[in-house]
Design a protein. Structure first.
Length: 604
């Protein structure tokens, strides 16, 4: 059997609501097309259970549902295929997005008895979000409605209305019975009114939508190859366009221009390469290029930015809250990212936009995203490779979200650091001290402010220049607009950390006394400072002791239900894992603890 060229390989997904018959359809399609091995045929049982071919997880077989994304590779005489069988249950929407991210076509199943359901709309929305513009509407289980043409026509009409709203450009509807094989690989005599193709005929003939060859050249650099001092090559996958020896190219984000000196594939030098090939380029000039940079055609280069408008599908069990920091991965390019604002949450069932301050798992939002440095990109609708990204949790390294870049926020190009004649070192020298940020964290009533105040008194007596930022005091001014929800707590700490950074830049020793209950926010604050400028001080007091003190009567109100989101009662406190100073207030006096802090500063 001949193998189709890679450029004609079709990647597609199956999706839809649970029990619509996705796994059965694929199993029967492979069976009828004669694409199963003898052992696979034997594993189907008698009577054959076609879903067993793809439902590989034991839990899936026990429950009769698809949980993971099952990939299957198969070929016919006309084409190679990679199909992803995606889960139908709502809670596994994030898994479905994984399958859709690389597909060019979606096979959306609908149960003829049930019609277009909420999950059908949800999956179709995510397909459209991830760039799929061609859909096969597979109306399955037609045998259970006596192959009624009017039912099929009604479902087709309803889905086309949805597709128009979502921007799906092409819908091909096919009436099917996956269990009996009607219109899968063989045309059914029970649908004489269907004049379109069988499913296999359509899959073999549909264009693979690969127009990457005609697009401008883009090579994200995955590896700088230096086998010896005389060779410097830039290796990666050519995601679009063509490249040849002598082409003029630009390296981004540096914007340095040069020409291609050599093009190499796995076998050595070649004259040129096309999209989809893994290549190494050498350049006529020695310019600074690193992993994650993009080598592109000079006549139509991608943009460079560090702030974006983007859609994201949140995949983590912990909610997304603006202000938290995540690892950002755009192909081989990486950065530190923060969602600065959630413009709205999108109801993927109705496509309506709703106000939101957080995103929970499987929710889609339209957000503003800020990076710690600029990257080369293109809108996802134009180039998936340079517009599709993931956010990664910085502690667990789990994928927290996938997203698509829409456009750069133009204000990013107009904001620059102003060069100042008097710098941090000069300010510190004039004060004859080493600027630091001491971040006191602990439960309400733990003694943070008392100890920080005593430390400042000692430092003042020693002639040091200080400032104390206290949580209660700051909420009277800078943060008076914030409440105590998890989202507001994140923003509360972000603002204070930025103020503390400016004060350290001014040469001061800054003492910050905030509950700051979440490790992510304390880490975010730490990351704003240079090496040796930040110290976390954990004021460790047992909850029962804090409650017994209760100087403001807050614990009593929280226990009575009069105060919501109170740390230690109905909101968590995440203890520091590796603080620079660990102060146990039950074992030492305030004066002794303050002395320890000052001695720590003197050592540093």
């Amino acid at each position: 059997m001949t193998t189709a060229p890679q450029s004609d390989q079709l990647r597609f997904i199956t999706c839809g609501s649970v029990d619509d018959g996705k796994s059965t359809l694929l199993g029967r399609l492979l069976y009828d097309a004669g694409l199963l091995r003898d052992d696979e045929r034997a594993s189907l049982g008698d009577p054959p259970d076609f879903s067993r071919l793809l439902d590989g997880l034991a839990l899936e077989r026990e429950q009769g549902i698809t949980i993971d994304v099952a990939f299957r590779y198969f070929s016919t005489a006309r084409r190679d295929f990679i199909v992803a069988d995606c889960p139908g249950h709502t809670q596994y929407t994030r898994n479905m997005a994984t399958g859709a991210s690389t597909a060019s076509l979606a096979l959306v199943l609908v149960d003829a008895r049930k019609g277009v359901l909420t999950q059908t709309r949800r999956h179709s929305y995510i397909c459209a979000l991830l760039g799929i513009r061609r859909v096969v509407l597979a109306v399955n289980k037609m045998d259970l409605v006596d192959f009624d043409e009017t039912i099929f026509a009604r479902i087709e009409r309803e889905y086309r209305e949805l597709a128009d709203k979502l921007g799906i450009e092409s819908v091909t509807a096919i009436p099917l019975s996956a269990l009996d094989g009607d219109n899968l690989a063989i045309r059914s005599k029970r649908t004489p009114w269907h004049r379109g193709p069988t499913l296999l005929e359509f899959l073999e003939q549909v264009p693979a939508q690969s127009d990457a060859d005609a697009a401008p050249m883009r090579l994200p650099v995955q590896w700088v190859n230096r086998p010896d001092p005389d060779f410097r090559g830039y290796a990666g996958n050519l995601v679009s366009g063509r490249v040849a020896v002598g082409d003029e190219v630009i390296a981004l984000p540096s914007a340095r221009r040069t020409k291609v000196a050599r093009v190499l594939d796995g076998n050595g030098d070649v004259k040129g390469a096309v999209a989809g090939q893994a290549v190494t380029l050498t350049l006529a000039d020695e310019i600074d290029i690193a992993r994650g940079d993009v080598i592109a055609a000079t006549h139509d280069a991608p943009e460079v930015a560090d702030q974006f408008a983007a859609h994201i599908l949140w995949m983590d069990e912990a909610p997304l809250m603006p202000g938290r920091l995540y690892f950002f991965q755009l192909g081989p390019a990486s950065a530190i990212a923060r969602v600065t604002a959630i413009r709205h949450r999108i109801d993927v069932d109705t496509q309506e936009s709703n106000a939101a301050t957080r995103l929970d798992m499987n929710e889609v939002g339209y957000v503003h995203l800020s990076l710690d440095h600029a990257v080369a990109f293109e809108p996802y609708a134009k180039n998936r490779a340079l517009g599709g990204f993931v956010l990664i949790d910085r502690q667990s390294f789990a994928t927290a979200a996938c997203g698509t870049l829409d456009f750069a926020l133009r204000r990013a190009a107009n904001i620059h650091w102003q060069a100042l004649s008097v710098d941090r070192a000069a300010r510190a020298a004039s004060m004859q001290q080493h600027p630091r940020c001491l971040w006191f964290t602990g439960l309400s009533g733990s003694g943070k402010s008392t100890i920080a105040n005593r430390v400042e008194q000692r430092l003042h007596a020693l002639g040091r220049h200080t400032y104390l930022l206290d949580g209660d005091n700051v909420r009277h001014g800078l943060n008076r607009d914030l409440g105590f929800t998890a989202e507001d707590r994140v923003e509360n700490i972000r603002r204070v950390a930025e103020v503390a950074r400016l004060m350290v830049d001014a040469g001061l020793i800054v003492l910050v006394s905030f509950i700051s209950p979440f490790r992510d926010e304390r880490r975010m604050a730490r990351d704003l400072f240079g090496a040796g400028e930040f110290a976390e001080v954990f004021v460790d007091t047992p909850l029962e002791v804090c409650e017994a003190r209760d100087p403001k009567g807050l614990y009593a109100k929280a226990r009575a239900g009069e105060l919501r989101n109170f740390t230690g009662v109905d909101s968590p406190y995440e203890i520091p894992l590796d603080p620079e100073l660990h102060l146990r207030t039950e074992k030492e006096s305030v004066d002794a603890l303050a002395k320890r802090v000052v001695e720590f500063l003197d050592r540093g």
